[in-house]
Design a protein around this ligand. Structure first.
Ligand code: UTP
Length: 290
């Protein structure tokens, strides 16, 4: 079955990025000149997704405005002859069919995904974490969808992380099948004890899930941090049916913490056609003083 639907949970409180996220969703924080969530929507579209459900919350209206048409701004840019700026905004609302639902209560990523049940119906779908931006020539979501086509099981987008980082992420029990493709049979969210760590492979921001996940989420109890964790529901799926894991090719940036935001801006900035050269010179000069 062709996968055409994606869910982007963007209803978190973003407490690690306060005060920037007091009134601005972290998914709208820019990487150079585009909000994080636009990179994610563009990755979805490049992977064949046509319909996207963004899970929002109070104060997330700016996300809806960003993917809407702005007739008055377009008129002003047209009249001023600012063609390049006009080109940068005029097609944003045509990227995909974007739908919205509010999470109402911020009870965790698993709870946010369960809000997508009616939108998804009986199809496999993609989850794209709203604060994980993945940039590169090969869209990560496309690699996951291809693996779903081959193995017919839920697929996780993974990368190895440091032992320090694994305690804040998830840890997966994986077995290599070939190249960057693995079989996953168990996982744990935020393992605190060394003996609970299956491997240093962690889910970083993308997965393809069968619709069965909704029934599992119905009985998933709050886990790490008192939140209903998507990882706990996926662990049940992995133990029951097995899942596939793909070490995706492109680079992932964590927009959920301050250092990750700075790294994304520097790396993407260095490749940016308008500011790349200037930024390179600036960093070289600055480095002499460090
Ligand atoms: P995080 O756990 O990184 O987001 O969830 P958070 O809760 O905003 O983070 P901090 O710890 O307070 O800084 C990953 C993704 O899941 C969404 C977030 O918006 C983020 O994109 N999420 C999280 C929800 O949509 N709802 C939730 O209840 C929790």
């Amino acid at each position: 079955m062709k996968i055409t639907k994606a869910v982007i949970p963007a209803a978190g409180l973003g407490t690690r990025v306060l005060p920037a996220t007091k009134s601005m969703p972290k998914e709208m924080l820019p990487i150079v000149d585009k909000p994080a969530i636009q990179y994610i929507v563009e990755e979805a579209v490049a992977s064949g997704i046509t319909d996207i459900l963004i899970i929002t919350n109070r104060g997330k209206g700016v996300i809806e405005d960003h993917f809407d048409i702005s007739v008055s701004l377009e008129e002003i840019l047209k009249r001023a002859g600012k063609t390049e700026q006009l080109d940068s905004i005029k097609d944003i609302h045509k990227l995909a069919n974007i739908h919205y639902i509010r999470q109402i209560e911020t009870k965790g990523l698993g709870h946010a995904v369960s809000r997508a049940r009616t939108f998804i119906g009986d199809e496999p779908f993609v989850v794209m974490y709203g604060d994980d931006v993945i940039i590169g020539d090969i869209p990560a979501t496309k690699e996951l969808i291809d693996a779903y086509g081959t193995f017919g099981k839920g697929v996780l987008g993974i990368k190895p992380v440091s032992e320090e980082a694994i305690k804040k992420y998830s840890s997966l029990k994986v077995e290599n099948i070939h190249d960057n493709v693995f079989k996953c049979t168990d996982m744990i969210e935020k393992p605190q004890r060394r003996e609970d760590i299956f491997s240093l492979y962690s889910i970083l921001g993308r997965c393809v899930l069968p619709p069965d996940i909704f029934e599992i989420l119905d009985h998933t109890e709050p886990g790490a941090g008192g939140e209903i964790q998507l990882t706990d529901a996926m662990a049940e799926l992995a133990r029951k049916d097995g899942m596939t894991a793909v070490e995706f090719t492109s680079k992932r940036y964590d927009m959920g913490n301050k250092l990750g935001i700075l790294q994304a801006n520097i790396e993407v900035g260095l490749k940016h056609k308008e500011v790349g050269e200037g930024l390179r010179e600036y960093i070289k000069e600055l480095a002499k003083t460090l």
